[in-house]
Design a protein around this ligand. Sequence first.
Ligand SMILES: Nc1ncnc2c1ncn2[C@@H]1O[C@H](COP(=O)(O)OP(=O)(O)O)[C@@H](O)[C@H]1O
Ligand SMILES: [Mg+2]
Length: 243
Amino acid sequence: MANGGLANGGLLAVDGVVAGYGAAEQILKGCSLRIEAGEIVSIIGPNGAGKSTLLKTIAGLVSAREGAIILNGADVTGQGALGRAKHGIGFVPQERNVFGAMTVAENLEISGFQDPGKVRERSEELYARYPMLASKRRALARTLSGGQRQILAMAMGLMNAPALLLLDEPTAGLSPRAAEELFEAIVALNKAGLPILMVEQHALEALEISTRGYVLVSGRNSREGSGPALAADPEIRRLFLGG
Ligand SMILES: Nc1ncnc2c1ncn2[C@@H]1O[C@H](COP(=O)(O)OP(=O)(O)O)[C@@H](O)[C@H]1O
Ligand SMILES: [Mg+2]
C-alpha cells in the first residue's frame, strides 16, 4: 500500500490531499501534515488559503478527492464526519459553533452523541475544568461573552472524549486579554495529554505555544518547522506582522 509508511507512525497523517467544493476549482491542491501524540500544531496562512477547508477535510465534512488521511494507523479517507468522530476526531468550527438558543448544559448534552450514557459524567468533568461553564449552565449560550462562548465550543468538542482536537480560529474576534486566556486554556488541555491541531490568525502567538507549525498558501504547504523557530523567522514575521 502506498501509505504503508504513514500508517506506522503518528497520530494523524494527511498526505497529498486535494479537496474543494462542488465542481469548482480545488481549494487544497496537495496538502500534507502530520501530528504526533502530545503535540500542539498550528496552521497559519493568509485569508482564503484553505486552512478551514483543510480542517473540514480532516473532520470528514469535505471529502478528499486525492491523497490520504491516516488516523492512528487507520486509513479514514473514505469516511464521513461521523466515522471520523468515532475514530477520535473532535472538531470545533470557526463559526456558529454553539447553539445560541440553547443553554450551556443543553449544548454540552447534544455534543455527547457518541456516548449518551457518559453525558452526565463528562459534563461534570468539564464543569470542574471550566467553573465558568458550571456557573452559567442554565444560561442561554447567546448570553455568553465571546471568550466564554469559545470555551463552551471547546468543551462541546471534548464531550466525545476525542483523541485529537481540531480548533478553527479559536481566538477570532476576542479581545487580546480573552485571546490570551483562551490560549492558556488550550495549553492546559494539551498538557493534560490532548493533541491539538489549530488554525490561527494570531499567527505568532499561536506558533509560540505550538510544538510545530505549517504555513499554508493557496492550498499548498509553504513552510513548516518548530513553532518557536517559525515565530522567530524574519519572513514569517514580515508576512504576519506586516512589518
Ligand atoms: N462552502 C464553500 N463553498 C464554496 N467555496 C468555499 C466554501 N468555503 C470556502 N470556500 C472557498 O474556499 C477558499 C478557501 O477558504 P477557507 O478554507 O475558508 O480559507 P481560510 O480558512 O484559509 O481563510 C476560499 O476561496 C473560499 O471562498
Ligand atoms: Mg478559515
